[in-house]
Design a protein around this ligand. Sequence first.
Ligand code: NAP
Length: 170
Amino acid sequence: MIAAIGAVASNGMLGLDGWLPWDIPEELAYFERTVAGAALVIGRLTYESMDVVPPDSFVVSRQPGLSLRPGCVRVDSVEAGLRAATATGKDVFVIGGASIYEAAWPYCQRFYLTRIEMPFAGDTLFPESIPLAAWHLVSEERQTYRERKSGRDVLCRFLQYEQDNPRPLR
Ligand SMILES: NC(=O)c1ccc[n+]([C@@H]2O[C@H](COP(=O)([O-])OP(=O)(O)OC[C@H]3O[C@@H](n4cnc5c(N)ncnc54)[C@H](OP(=O)(O)O)[C@@H]3O)[C@@H](O)[C@H]2O)c1
């Protein structure tokens, strides 16, 4: 199955200065648990922000000479990344950033989206073009965690959306 996973603040922000706008370790742990063992499709900027990148990570970039860490492979389009990730036989997760979600969503059967019910300053928005409102909400869990930068408690809604007829990969 091809799925996407991400988190978004109540004002639509998903990124700040090449990282996340918030500091919620439990949300990050949920992400790591969910994608463990999967093949990943990653935008080049998101890849550069990650300390640890697992094997079978496909990094989308238009730079032919891009040097990557062991276990990572450059692909020149989102579709090429999805094909290569699918060929591993593992589950496939698209992990962002915004430009990659925007190109990959038609191929995704499922979108794991954490809605963080607080506005955050940021510089990257979750793409409005992704029509999640038309997808089926198949799962929702709620947890309240301490956000470390603000010191405030924040409600996190762990949602799973599905779309009926994802675009087939060619
Ligand atoms: N909240 C979340 O769940 C979440 C998840 C992931 C990332 N983020 C945040 O999002 C921000 C980064 O997102 P972003 O959208 O700016 O960057 P990004 O999607 O991570 O990476 C953008 C880069 O990917 C390559 N690329 C994008 N579309 C392409 C295409 N169609 N064909 C070939 N290459 C393509 C280009 O690389 P080249 O320039 O090398 O050609 C482009 O510069 C960061 O702040 C990150 O922390 C948040």
